[in-house]
Design a protein around this ligand. Structure first.
Ligand code: NAP
Length: 344
């Protein structure tokens, strides 16, 4: 099969579009002919070498979000057949011993991730444990399905499992055009929250409104904490959902009201953050919460919600697999809203 892989960290020039052996399923595995894979920031960060997950190895084939058609099944697989249209849960927690991808399920250790630490969707075929594939309804395109896994599971886990967002609460979500936040805005709205969204351009703010956000602000030009206060008549929001990190940490904290929760799942602008006022933190009973990995049992219910729900799938652009470097450059320049896709 054709795959886009790299043997060392570096710029887009490290990508090699080459022929590699087709994956062979273990007894509990399936092979998916990849129809589409959607990009995530981790793809770029790992290729550059800025951060690599524990357990990452060269050569690496990225691509955590895989949708396609099953082309081979292992001898012990039941319930999944050749020809099935599926989407994959990339987290390798909960994988049975007779999968080739077993033994990588330590949520707080070197958790295996398809496309993160083992071969992913930047290829014509991808090996996945049969327990980790979910049927894609006939009415849904495989491109559409490939936008789901990482963005929706990350957002749902952070908002609901960690942050305990409730109907009627206010939540501020940064980087509204990112994969994770386009999912988060819609999930929070569906749960009955009032959503304040921020983004780096006025155009992205307009698109966030169209996606369902109730209030928007440009986080490069506006006073973000002031925006949260103004919208909530001075009270501050109940929750901030952030993955931007350093750049918006202080304004996020000051935008929270009494007993507010700052839920973080990323560090796109930097890994260090300074608490600008411990006094405000303790006096207001603020909680700062890290969003840990989602559990295997969370995937199915969120997928069912996505299949049944009225979610807008935001595909920014689609590239051929051979043009993965161009696709990743677009992501690095923040020149997108929603998900960027590769189609082998
Ligand atoms: N914990 C987990 O399990 C998990 C899972 C998935 C993703 N993540 C993390 O979540 C984050 C988002 O992932 P993604 O794939 O959705 O990313 P993405 O689509 O590439 O979006 C990242 C966005 O962050 C914003 N940003 C970057 N630098 C900024 C700065 N200095 N100030 C303000 N905004 C800035 C930009 O938005 P604007 O254009 O609006 O400025 C950029 O488009 C990443 O950090 C990723 O590692 C974590």
């Amino acid at each position: 099969m054709k795959a886009m892989l790299y043997h060392e960290a570096g710029g887009p020039e490290v990508f090699q579009y080459v022929d590699v052996a087709d994956p062979e399923p273990g007894p509990a595995d399936v092979v998916i002919d990849v129809a589409a894979t959607s990009l995530n920031r981790l793809d770029v960060v790992q290729r550059n070498g800025w951060f690599q997950m524990p357990g990452f190895e060269y050569p690496h084939i990225a691509g955590m979000d895989v949708a396609g058609v099953v082309s081979a099944v292992g001898s012990a697989v039941a319930g999944v057949a050749v020809g099935d249209r599926v989407v994959a849960d990339p987290s390798l927690a909960g994988v049975s011993d007779d999968s080739k991808l077993a033994g990588r399920g330590d949520l707080f250790g070197d958790l295996g991730i398809i496309g993160g630490t083992v071969a992913g969707g930047y290829a014509e075929k991808c090996l996945v444990p049969a327990s980790h594939v979910y049927a894609v309804p006939e009415s849904m395109s495989l491109e559409h399905a490939s936008t789901f896994p990482t963005a929706y599971l990350t957002a749902a886990h952070a908002l609901f499992d960690v942050g305990q967002l409730q109907s009627g609460e206010t939540v501020m979500i940064h980087a509204a055009g990112s994969g994770v936040s386009t999912a988060g805005i819609q999930l929070a709205k569906q749960a009955g929250a009032t959503v304040l969204a921020t983004a780096g351009t006025d155009e992205k703010c307009e698109r966030a409104l169209a996606l369902g956000a109730d209030h928007v602000a440009n986080n490069r030009t506006a006073d973000v904490a002031g925006f949260a206060r103004e919208v909530t008549q001075g009270a501050g929001v109940n929750m901030v959902f952030d993955h931007v990190g350093t750049a918006l940490f202080g304004p996020s904290l000051f935008g929270l009201g009494v007993h507010g929760r700052l839920v973080n799942c990323g560090n796109s602008s930097g890994d260090e953050a300074t608490i600008p006022s411990l006094g405000y933190l303790f006096h207001s009973g603020i909680k700062i919460m890290g969003s840990d990995p989602y559990r295997p049992e969370e995937f199915g219910p969120v997928w069912d919600t996505f299949c049944a729900g009225d979610f807008e799938v935001v595909i920014d652009s689609t590239f051929a697999l051979a043009d993965a470097a161009e696709a990743q450059n677009k992501m690095m320049q923040s020149d997108f809203f929603g998900k960027i896709l590769l189609t082998p």
